[in-house]
Write a protein that binds this ligand. Sequence first.
Ligand code: HEM
Length: 489
Amino acid sequence: MEFLVIFMIFVSFFFLCYLFRNKNGIPTNWPIVGMLFALLVNAHQVHDWLTELLEKLDMNFLFKGPWLANMKMFITLDPANVHHIMSKNFTNYPKGTKFNEMFDVFGDGIFNVDSDLWKLHRKMAHTFIGEPKFHRFLHDKVWEKVEKGLIPVLDHASKQGLVIDLQDLFYRFSLDTICTLVTGCDLGSLSIDWPHVPFANALDDAEEVILYRHFVPMSVWKFFRWLGVGNEKKYKKAWEILDDFVYKCITKKREEKKQESMKPQVGVDLLTLYMDESQSINVTSVSDKFLRDTILSFFIAGRDTTSTALSWFFYLLSKNPRVESKIRDELSTMETIHDYHKLIYVHGALCEALRLYPPVAFEQKASVESDVLPSGHQVDPNMQIIFNMYAMGRMKAIWGDDCYEFKPERWISERGNIRHEPSYKFLAFNAGPRTCLGKNMSFFQMKAVVATIIKNYTFQAVEGHQVVPDISLILRMKHGFMVKVYHSP
Ligand code: HEM
């Protein structure tokens, strides 16, 4: 009986989807359900669906969800609108309370707050990421991870003739690196035995549940949270694991500091700077909860983004041998691999990968007061505004007819320098006052990895393995990127 009911629900669902499909590809706003069916039918390929749709609709689309679900969203890729929302009228477009509630595991960290608390976080993060002591630490630890983590794993894989998942490799690399940079401790997830790391799994689970919260009305997921069942149960468990690890790091650091207070420090991690130097910027004391939210925000900022960018970069390279050979030429002109700042062509190729596969594919804002956008669209108070960076990188009106091609040359000026593209056009690192604070840090890491790998190894993608974007908060590959590793002769 139960089976019959489920079967009937499925049949009705697909029948409705068939009925509500739209021939010109533009969703119809049906009574009661709004455009929900169009979203559900295309959820598995949401980025490509939006790209096609927004190309047809001159880069602006008002999505209307079911009547009572409060799911009205204005999706825009128009650079003039982006500039207006992100910079010119910034104060009218905070992230909003809905965002804060959906991402609640990250507490009141920099990603999750607006106004004065955000200003405080921003000031502190900006100051400490810019500290010379931290730069020294960053430089040393990234090269150390490359030499003692990445190279041994790749050497082992090439000697044993193993097939490995490059995405997993880069996730482990980034996790260990960001953990060291933020807390001073190495998680040791990048090693030849590919250890199971509960903290990494907890981060993945939390992200997965936050994504699911985007697709169901808030009242529904809050009810499940209250019941403590399903995805919300998984979320709670993940939250406990994250808390446990991060609070242990804070306690350990406080203890270490008591013992080592007299030792001179050449390079230091961010947690040490938050504990030691907050007073220098007029912040009297930082609580453990403040540090916990800060650390977790850095983890999410630094792990998923850099590793996703590297994964897509190597995927694109496997499809474009011409670009790989130009990178080899550029690397052969370098006296030492540490001259990463001279890598103009590599820089262009990384920007190109970030344009086609931006790790943070969606960005959202909520309006405070009504407004009129440069495109002429009316914004009502408390309206959700969505940017899709994946679609934005594939708009002919922004990047030209060759926008689907992987062309690092696009980023290089006639004089051989990096061509600057305004952030409201190239939104991978966000724009305006909330621009990414780790941009330079991530370029350094990515160049260190790219230079080391391309100089020493070649990858052969496993034939027939499907590489497609997953439906996730970060634009991961659904099935990873499986390659065979060879040591270069
Ligand atoms: C390829 C690598 C990276 C990309 C594509 C990237 C992209 C972004 C994006 C799109 C945002 C805006 C997110 C939002 O407001 O919801 C952001 C913010 C931020 N990023 Fe990155 N990021 C990268 C690496 C990093 C790294 C390594 C760090 C350092 C830990 C970092 C630190 C931050 C911080 C602190 C913010 C918050 C800025 C604010 O709200 O004021 N990012 N990043």
